[in-house]
Design a protein around this ligand. Structure first.
Ligand code: SF4
Length: 253
């Protein structure tokens, strides 16, 4: 029997991944600089947390699915009472779409979101024994769950390093040239490539919190920024890093 002289499958896929990585736009920072950026973020916020309230992996899936085009504070306000009566897919199905809609009426696109919450709960019960699956592929089969939601769930519920590129992360990655990319998928791949492994698990929250409270959309607060000296944004307004101290614990509203 003829033996193939071609590359082994693993070597082939590693080669493909490298080619893909080579096509991504280059970071403006050296590996040491990226490590230093995340070291500082880790001193500021040793235990960064997401700001969406949830009580288990299932309620996290629901909260993230509800958070599209809505603020975390707005979602938390609506889910506070909802999760008291429905913290499992079975209880959510028993509640029904109409009642779910009543709880989440203050959130944008609530009709469609109520539909998705019921549909994803049904799928969890029918196909996953009521448990939230642990892989991105399976998570993305749930109605209303895209790659971003799946990544949040992997990272927050199961401690699997993943980066969900939201508006803050997309902005920072491109603004300061940390991991440029034209699309969220490209930024995600670039961040996964440049961030050192030891910082990957929390990188998602460090970047979101940095974008939400310091490197803000309209007016970045460069005076309060701990990476101001390293930052390569041409319009930064300060080049002295803010004192590197641990910030007070996050308050989840
Ligand atoms: S220096 Fe300014 S632009 Fe640069 S990361 Fe900090 S806040 Fe953002």
């Amino acid at each position: 029997m003829a033996v193939s002289q071609g590359k082994k499958p693993a070597a082939k896929s590693a080669g493909k991944a490298k080619k893909r990585a080579r096509r991504l736009p280059r970071s403006k920072y050296s590996p040491d600089e990226v490590r230093e950026i995340f070291r500082r973020f880790s001193v500021q916020r040793p235990e960064p947390k997401g700001e969406l309230s949830h009580v288990n992996p299932y309620t996290l899936v629901v909260a993230v699915a509800l958070s599209a085009q809505a603020t975390d504070v707005g979602v938390n306000r609506a889910t506070r009472d909802l999760f008291k009566v429905a913290d499992t897919p079975e209880k959510m199905l028993a509640l029904g779409e109409e009642r779910v809609g009543e709880y989440i009426r203050t959130i944008g696109l609530w009709r469609n979101k109520a539909k998705n919450v019921i549909a994803l709960s049904r799928k969890l019960v029918d196909e996953f024994g009521g448990e939230v699956p642990h892989t991105r592929e399976k998570l993305m089969t749930l109605p209303g769950v895209g790659r971003k939601t799946a990544n949040v769930v992997l990272q927050m519920a199961f401690g699997i390093p993943a980066i969900a590129v939201d508006t803050h992360i997309f902005r920072i990655a491109n603004r300061i040239g940390l991991a440029p990319g034209k699309t969220p998928d490209e930024v995600e791949a670039n961040l996964m490539r440049v961030i050192p492994d030891e910082y990957l698990l929390h990188a998602h929250h460090w970047l979101i919190l940095h974008g939400r409270y310091t490197c803000k959309a309209r007016k970045p607060d460069c005076v309060a920024c701990v990476i101001a000296d390293l930052c390569r944004y041409k319009d930064k307004t300060n080049a002295e890093p803010a004192p590197l101290i641990e910030l007070p614990p996050q308050v989840i509203a």
